[in-house]
Write a protein that binds this ligand. Structure first.
Ligand code: PLP
Length: 452
């Protein structure tokens, strides 16, 4: 990417271990140094402009340089840069933020629990689920079902929950009480000729068989991203949640919606679960809650779980879980400003318009390309899977690193995308206009043609 190395790039490369980065690639290419941003665009240190097709890392939903948010951050930092929420302490703005979040929940929710990342929020979920069943006198009901290709975080427990074997093997992660079932990956995993609905039924059958094999009274919760993100941009096939919900209910298994990416408008509904008509017991959110302006996560706790915690208050004593920055006042101020903007700018409505428009533009432009196997997604969460042979869905040899080559070609053309293997993904800011969507599609199509 960066062809000539600037001093800042050299300094960065010799001092930082980068997350989710190949050490060899970093040595060979150096970092791409982003320096500023405005609206849906960022600039690198050399002054080259890029349309950010990934909203940073699926998070800068309102675009860069939003003064309403930076002002809120500055003002709160001046008033009170930090105080904590442990031991009965709080700050006005934090309670205000919690209330604003509850008002926006897709189903009635009783409490929110704050953290700073999607990973710590999912860790919180695991503890909530386990204490919930302890309090109900069901200490055996502790196993968690997640799916292959899922991404739920990078901490020890949440990387185990994540269904990407590379992340397990590298670190000898303890498997823990976690069971993975098949990904709802219709394009790759459905038998030839099977309808989406039948594929959903097949997945539901596998889920039920897994529960019965393990014993329903040992399974506590099922974790699901509404549309899988980092594991390959995989939307659920038709009827998926309709098929699995009754099975979870029947076996008294909590449904955790990981809405870290799909929350706050990305799918063209405020919450991802509203796009697919399912009702979670717990919701994990982060990223878009502050539009990436401040690290913050919010876990939503339904009355079903909260009532058990409240009734068990004597047994619990001090709820022994929390992070220094749980309920950070500056994060709360940033979130309040972001939530207000989501409403005022009618961001959800915009995604419901521009998302399908961009999907159609991708299909018009690349739908017949011999190396485009599948174009899929929902709202402004879109993926294009490249293949060597379209008819046979045959992948390119791994060593070709085709996805990465396209990513680099796109960057050359001033577009940031993300390569998940050979699936290129887009999760642009939700304030994207139709014209900017056209620009993404145009640059991307040229980049694909540059490479394959
Ligand atoms: N859950 C989902 C669905 C995610 O996409 C991510 C991050 O991309 C996480 C959890 C983890 O969030 P974080 O990187 O903030 O820990």
């Amino acid at each position: 990417m960066a062809t000539q190395r600037s001093e800042p790039a050299l300094r960065d490369e010799r001092s930082q271990l980068h997350p989710f980065t190949s050490i060899n690639d970093m040595k060979a290419e150096g970092p791409m140094m982003i320096e500023s941003g405005s609206g849906v665009r960022v600039r690198d240190l050399a002054g080259k402009e890029y349309l950010d097709g990934m909203a940073g890392l699926w998070c800068v939903n309102l675009g860069y340089g939003r003064k309403e948010i930076t002002d809120a951050i500055a003002q709160q930092s001046e008033r009170l840069s930090f105080f904590h929420t442990f031991n009965n302490m709080s700050v006005d703005v934090v309670g205000e933020c919690a209330e604003a979040l509850l008002q926006r929940a897709p189903v009635p929710m009783s409490r929110v629990f704050f953290g700073t990342s999607g990973s710590d929020a999912n860790e919180t979920q695991l503890k909530l689920i386990w204490v919930y069943n302890n309090l109900r006198g069901k200490p055996e009901k502790k196993k968690i079902i997640a799916r292959w290709n899922a991404y739920h975080g990078s901490s020890v427990a949440t990387a185990s929950l994540t269904g990407l074997p590379g992340m397990h093997k590298l670190f000898d992660l303890p498997k823990g009480p976690i069971i993975h079932v098949s990904a709802p990956y219709y394009y790759r995993n459905a038998p030839e000729g099977m309808s989406e609905r039948d594929f959903s039924r097949q997945l539901a059958k596998e889920l039920e068989e897994t529960i019965e094999r393990e014993g329903g009274d040992t399974i506590a919760a099922f974790f699901a991203e509404t549309v899988m993100g980092a594991g390959g941009l995989i939307p659920p096939p038709e009827g998926y949640f309709d098929e699995i919900m009754p099975i979870l209910k029947k076996h008294d298994i909590l449904l955790v919606a990981d809405e870290v990416v799909s929350g706050y408008g990305r799918l063209g509904t405020y919450w991802g679960c509203q796009s697919y008509g399912y009702e979670p017991d717990l919701i994990t959110s982060a990223k878009g809650v502050t539009s990436g302006y401040f690290p913050m996560s919010a876990v939503f706790i339904s009355p079903k779980v909260w009532d058990v915690l409240e009734a068990g208050a004597d047994q619990i004593g001090v709820f022994g879980h929390g992070y220094t920055y749980s309920g950070h006042p500056v994060g709360a101020a940033a979130a309040l400003a972001a939530l207000k903007l989501i409403d005022e700018l009618e961001v959800v409505k915009n995604v419901a318009d521009v998302g399908p428009y961009m999907m159609q533009a991708l299909k018009d432009r690349l739908g017949q390309h011999p190396h485009v196997g599948d174009i899929r997604g929902k709202g402004l969460m879109l993926g294009i899977e490249l293949v060597q042979d379209r008819g046979k869905k045959e992948t390119f040899p791994m060593q070709n690193r085709t996805g990465r080559q396209v990513l680099k070609a796109a960057a050359e053309r001033g577009l940031i995308t993300r390569a998940l293997g050979d699936t290129l993904v887009f999760a642009p800011p939700l304030v994207l206009s139709r014209g900017e969507a056209d620009e993404i599609v145009d640059k991307f199509a040229l980049a694909v043609e540059d490479v394959v």
